[in-house]
Ligand binder design. Structure first.
Ligand code: SF4
Length: 343
């Protein structure tokens, strides 16, 4: 079991619910733009949001950003410990910084004390693409793990152990191996993700494999799907990964639909898409099946609460495997919606 770490009003680790994270891609110094994106992330179901802090202007803007959202904000900082101090003063809930990269040790000592006094945790975020030269020659996953542990040791040396770790690479196998190794060597909560995963479809697949494999192993306390796309899509993707492995905490509607074939009698894709869109607005746990034919449809969707199995002009609506109505094909969506609503 990992340690618990408090990030604002969210606790991660120690068996708590797996928190969903994303990151804004607006300029952090653009307070209004960043707050608008944070509102969209929160509405989508994001638990924790990260903002880059490349300069002092961004660190100052964090003050208004933190005040303008209910989500805990994480300041992402590279190299400059003064920006970390400014972000802490702005009220952020966590700092992502690698202490081994901020210069001489007196700065680490100062920062560790400063953050400890304010109860602000640190995420050490090792990225496979920017490892120190001293790790050359080691397998990538070992190098990432060793680098993370070295940053950890530096903070621990200065009495700081309010730590979350990530060891991400754009290579899925190395990412998975690095987290597996790390999880054997420490009990800090792990922020899991595949970094620079790519544009939408590619990033989704790499993230689902990497994050999914780790979560199936019981590794991972918070997740971030990294996509070259709208960050809101990262939140939806993270939710789908959690749902797919039964780790999503909360009610949700799941739509299963058949792949269609020569037996298909109805517009499975169109109906399933409408049902999926409607299901997203619901706060109830329900499984809905959209199947193209009666030959296999009902049998293949056992376990669903409600479903349709397509016929030539009319289709059957079933509930828990039993037929409850027969409707003209143009009324399928309306009937499914009616049945979902009364559940
Ligand atoms: S449910 Fe029917 S239409 Fe859909 S894939 Fe199976 S056999 Fe084909």
């Amino acid at each position: 079991m990992t340690k618990k770490v408090k990030i604002g009003n969210i606790v991660i680790g120690g068996g708590e619910k797996i928190a969903i994270q994303s990151m804004t891609n607006t300029k952090t110094s653009d307070v209004d733009g960043t707050l608008a994106q944070l509102a969209a992330l929160e509405a989508a179901g994001c638990d924790i949001a990260r903002c880059s802090v490349p300069d002092e202007k961004s660190a100052i803007a964090l003050k208004s950003i933190v005040k303008g959202t209910k989500m805990p904000i994480v300041a992402d900082i590279h190299f400059d410990y003064r920006l970390a101090v400014a972000a802490a003063d702005a009220g952020v809930a966590k700092i992502r910084i690698n202490p081994g990269n901020i210069g001489d040790e007196s700065k680490v000592e100062y920062l560790a004390k400063y953050l400890k006094e304010r109860g602000i945790p640190v995420r050490i975020g090792v990225n496979g693409g920017s490892l120190d030269k001293k790790y050359e020659g080691q397998p990538l996953y070992e190098a990432m793990c060793n680098s993370a542990l070295e940053h950890v040791a530096l903070l621990e040396k200065h009495g700081f152990d309010d730590i979350v770790i990530s060891v991400k690479s754009s290579d899925v196998v190395n990412t998975v191996k690095a987290y597996r190794l790390l999880s054997q060597k420490c009990d800090y909560p792990l922020h899991v993700g595949v970094t620079e995963a790519g544009i939408y479809e590619k990033g989704l697949i790499k993230s689902a494999i990497g994050i999914g494999a780790l979560l199936c192993d019981g590794i991972g306390d918070t997740v971030r799907v990294s996509l070259t796309d709208d960050p809101v899509k990262e939140v939806y993707a993270a939710k789908e990964i959690l749902k797919a492995i039964g780790r999503y905490d909360g009610a949700y509607a799941e739509v299963v639909s058949c792949p269609t074939c020569a037996r298909t009698c109805i517009d499975v894709q169109g109906i399933a898409t409408r049902v999926e869109e409607y299901a997203r607005t619901l706060d109830k746990s329900v499984r809905i099946a959209v199947m193209g034919c009666v030959v296999n449809g009902i049998g293949e969707s056992k376990g669903c609460d409600i479903g349709v199995a397509g016929g030539k002009d009319k289709s059957v609506i079933f509930r828990e495997g039993k037929i409850i109505a027969t409707v003209p094909n143009e009324n399928i969506f309306d009937e499914l919606k009616k049945q979902i609503d009364v559940l």
